[in-house]
Design a protein around this ligand. Structure first.
Ligand SMILES: [Zn+2]
Length: 477
């Protein structure tokens, strides 16, 4: 009896100690990112400005509006004209700089607050997170309430797959009834989209689509291998992910241009589905294969430490040992990447809406920085600078109704804007280092943006990240 009591007491103390440790670790992580708090950022308390002497790249059409004024009131674009008279408003003399819409990365995986600063410092003012967890709902709330500054965050719920698909990173649905229940629950809890994943069987997929329609929530699909590729061209599915999936499934790993034409034709008919190629994450396999020291590279200091320790390492080792067994893999991956560019060129020609997505936050794909790489691949594939920039602005915004209020410089749109020294339509690399970023009309200057980068370098939040991951496994499973 006495021993049982002692064991109980000891267990209670242990649990108490554990809970206190968890609270402390999460508190410290939050304290270390107070540099993102709106009240700690120079100028960020204001979201009403008159910008003068500015050249506008509106992106709703291929033009530059020369020497204009833009009035932003409480984070919304109110008026654009040659001359605007307003009183008691701070005026920013843009000195003939260029104003373009903030970039949108449509395929990311956010792991912590530091990444929000990395996105902003790279001109990314909205992101679509495709692996939703409870932490993302909290982040969304903190951003929407303007407690912290960050890109506008949209997130899917957890990845939905079938019962056979292994791994703790997705939700294994057992039946259509369970699928319906999850769609309703995700919508109610505030997830923006449903993410369907790799191993989803048809009966469950049908149930998801039916319920998503009733619940009025869009689906983002990582193609399922359990249904034909053409199954995904359904009106409720607004976005299809990953160029490599076209090669893996309908082309069955054969780089066949003729077969590809048939898929392109199917895509062309489905006007409601955008396509997100995520070239960067695939090309990074090639980068891992040709650089044995990639894990120690400067850029990887900007990755979340948990991802670096677990995912980047595992991916690198997997490809490294594949290369040792068969060195031809290097060429195979490169050839497939080049074929992806052909796919995009054809999809673009067919009029399919392309949206910029990087898959940043996993493997060795760095949040924020990657978007510039992704855009450069679209350009390499043959898109003009204007068409390339559309993928990360207007095209992204038109994909989902809830994103329609961004992506271009027009009256009534959210003032997510980039001010650059030169015209980005002449040189897209101009977007890599904006002079000023506006997010919901709040001004972030170069100094602030470079501080966001510095703060995220070599961050020490492995434990906090692991705890949030465990929380996800407990709550969402
Ligand atoms: Zn992804």
């Amino acid at each position: 009896m006495k021993i049982t009591k002692r064991i109980l007491k000891f267990t209670a103390i242990l649990i108490g100690f554990l809970l206190i440790s968890i609270v402390i670790v999460l508190f410290v992580d939050k304290q270390n990112t107070t540099y993102l708090n709106v009240e700690n950022i120079k100028y960020a308390s204001n979201n009403t400005y008159l910008i003068s002497n500015v050249n506008i790249i509106p992106m709703d059409k291929d033009t530059v509006l020369v020497d204009k004024m833009v009035f932003i009131k409480e984070g919304i674009i109110q008026h654009i004209a040659d001359s605007i008279e307003v009183t008691d408003v701070e005026i920013i003399d843009a000195k003939n700089k260029y104003l373009s819409p903030g970039l949108i990365d449509m395929h990311v995986h956010v792991w912590d607050r530091y990444e929000l600063g990395l996105y902003l410092s790279n001109g990314v003012t909205a992101v679509r997170n495709l692996w939703g967890m409870p932490m993302h709902l909290r982040l969304k709330k903190a951003i929407n309430n303007e407690e912290i500054i960050g890109p506008i965050l949209f997130t899917t719920g957890p990845k939905l797959t079938g019962s056979e698909f292994i791994g703790d990173d997705n939700l294994h649905l057992q039946s259509p009834a369970q699928a319906i229940e999850k769609v309703i629950s995700y919508k109610n809890r505030g997830y923006d989209f449903i993410k369907t994943y790799y191993g989803l069987p048809e009966d469950i997929f049908n149930a998801i689509i039916k319920q998503a329609k009733i619940s009025d929530i869009d689906i983002v699909a990582h193609p399922s291998q359990k249904v034909p590729y053409s199954y995904h061209f359904k009106p409720q599915i607004k976005s299809i992910e990953h160029a490599e999936e076209i090669i893996q499934q309908p082309l069955n790993y054969v780089l066949d241009t003729l077969k590809l034409t048939a898929i392109i034709n199917d895509f062309e008919k489905s006007k409601h589905s955008s396509f997100s190629p995520t070239f960067t994450v695939y090309n990074n396999i090639y980068q891992m294969l040709i650089d044995d020291n990639i894990l120690a590279s400067e850029q990887l200091q900007f990755l979340n430490p948990l991802i670096k320790k677990v995912d980047s390492k595992a991916q690198f080792e997997r490809w490294y040992s594949t290369k040792l067994r068969d060195s031809s893999i290097v060429n195979t991956i490169k050839t497939q990447h080049d074929f992806h560019l052909k796919i995009i060129k054809k999809l673009h020609k067919a009029g399919v809406t392309l949206i910029c997505g990087t898959d940043a936050g996993i493997g060795v794909t760095i949040p924020g920085f990657s978007i510039h790489q992704e855009l450069s691949f679209y350009k390499e594939a043959g898109l003009s600078n204007y068409e390339t920039l559309k993928t990360a602005t207007v095209n992204a915004a038109k994909t989902h109704a809830i994103m329609n209020n961004m992506g271009s410089i027009e009256v009534g749109k959210i003032a997510n804007l980039l001010l650059t020294d030169n015209n980005p339509l002449l040189d897209l690399t101009e977007l890599q280092n904006p002079y000023t970023v506006f997010v919901k009309g709040r001004k972030l200057e170069r100094e602030t943006l470079s501080n966001f980068k510095q703060q995220a370098r070599k961050r020490n939040n492995l434990m906090a990240s692991a705890l949030r991951y465990v929380e996800n496994l407990i709550i969402e499973k």
